[in-house]
Ligand binder design. Structure first.
Ligand SMILES: Nc1ncnc2c1ncn2[C@@H]1O[C@H](COP(=O)(O)OP(=O)(O)O)[C@@H](O)[C@H]1O
Ligand SMILES: [Mg+2]
Length: 367
């Protein structure tokens, strides 16, 4: 068979392989690169949208099977790769080098938002992504403690951008927090415009380098920081955290509507403190009520991404600066967080693939 028609045959076979999330074939998604065919031997590169793709093994197997189904092909060598980083949503307000911004939010404080943000971030990093976490909870910046960071950021003198913060790295994640910038136990009494400036500085005056995901731990509620973030940068999507009881769910509904108003897609709910199971027992105690997360997810038509039980080790991991997803990687809860990370990666990939027009990013004009 002539070389060019063999090339076409292999491509045709690959046109039958779909990205399971994007529901489009790999050829039209431009994911097949450097295809070489010589004497029945095929070499190619599959370029995924993220190094943390949980579908990587399936896609690789599907590609190999498709290529080998072509008559005359004896062997295939597949290199799994991912696209160079850079904001998928182009616009003057994107953060240079940062592909996706994921907001972790809740209606109430104390429901485990920071715990979820930290474990999500380290799980994404463990899956192979480059990750940063931005602690935007200016009222209760707990991320340095939870990530075990003691040293604040360095200051770098950038030739065009002036002074930039260089965030420290912990457990493979770059960390930036208001907690680095306030002295001791000083409470913050800043008003909207000042908060807006702080969020802006955190987005644009930090040298994040190249990141696949920037996870943002939001303050509880639906206040100025949320609005500023949505206004200042393209947020790919939000994860909402709630405990199962009615009062927490009431507040998370408000958070949902706020994200809807500022046109940030809600990727799903995480129900935290879902139940307690005493060590060695199989009985589950639903301390904060049962199935609140499911009811909420159903009502809004979004997914319940995870149900995380109450466990002493989770609290200890937070207090000791070693998240459970780092310290006990094979535990049931670390597996739940890894699964959450996989689901978030898939949702982000779908959202980023829907052509998002930068003019759709709302300007609230509040400040
Ligand atoms: N699943 C859990 N099991 C045990 N303790 C938890 C769990 N989730 C959170 N915690 C603990 O509850 C407290 C509040 O959680 P935190 O993540 O700080 O909430 P938020 O950021 O919403 O205020 C922390 O001490 C944290 O360690
Ligand atoms: Mg918090």
């Amino acid at each position: 068979m002539p070389a060019n028609s063999m090339h076409e045959e292999v491509l045709n076979a690959l046109r039958k392989v779909e990205d399971p999330d994007l529901k489009r074939d790999l050829v039209s998604l431009n994911m097949i690169q450097d295809l070489e065919i010589l004497n029945g031997q095929v070499k190619l590169r599959v370029v995924l949208t993220t190094p943390a793709c949980p579908m990587k093994a399936k896609i690789e197997a599907d590609v190999k099977a498709a290529v080998l189904s072509v008559e005359g092909i004896q062997n295939v060598e597949v290199k799994m790769d991912s696209r160079p980083r850079g904001s998928t949503i182009q616009g003057s307000n994107s953060i240079p080098g940062v592909s996706h911004i994921i907001a972790v939010s809740s209606g109430k404080g104390g429901v485990g938002k920071s715990t979820v943000a930290v474990n999500l971030a380290v799980s994404l990093a463990r899956a192979g992504a480059k990750v940063g976490i931005l602690d935007a909870d200016v009222y209760g910046p707990n991320i340095p403690t939870m990530m075990g960071v003691t040293e604040g950021p360095q200051i770098e003198n950038h030739p065009t951008k002036g002074e930039l913060f260089l965030p420290p790295t912990s457990h493979g994640v770059k960390v930036m927090s208001m907690g680095f910038l306030i002295q001791g136990d000083q409470p913050l009494v800043w008003r909207g415009p000042m908060l807006h400036n702080v969020v802006s500085q955190f987005c644009h005056k930090v040298n994040w380098g190249e990141l696949d995901y920037l996870v943002v731990d939001m303050p509880p509620g639906t206040g100025d920081v949320q609005l500023s973030l949505a206004q200042l940068v393209p947020v790919t999507g939000a994860v909402l955290v709630s405990t199962p009881q009615e009062v927490s769910m009431q507040d998370v509904r408000k958070a949902y509507h706020m994200f809807e108003k500022v046109r940030v897609p809600v990727m799903g709910f995480v129900e935290n403190m879902s139940y307690f199971q005493a060590p060695g027992s199989t009985e589950k105690h639903y301390i904060f009520g049962k199935e609140g997360g499911q009811i909420l997810a159903k009502k809004f038509g979004v997914d319940l991404l995870a149900q995380i039980p109450i466990e002493q080790t989770v609290r200890e991991g937070g207090d000791e600066g070693r998240p459970i997803s780092v310290s006990q990687t094979s535990s049931d809860i670390a597996t739940k967080f890894a699964d959450l990370a996989g689901q978030v990666v898939r949702k982000v990939s779908v959202l980023a693939n829907q052509a998002i027009d930068p003019s759709q990013i709302v300007q609230i004009g509040k400040f």
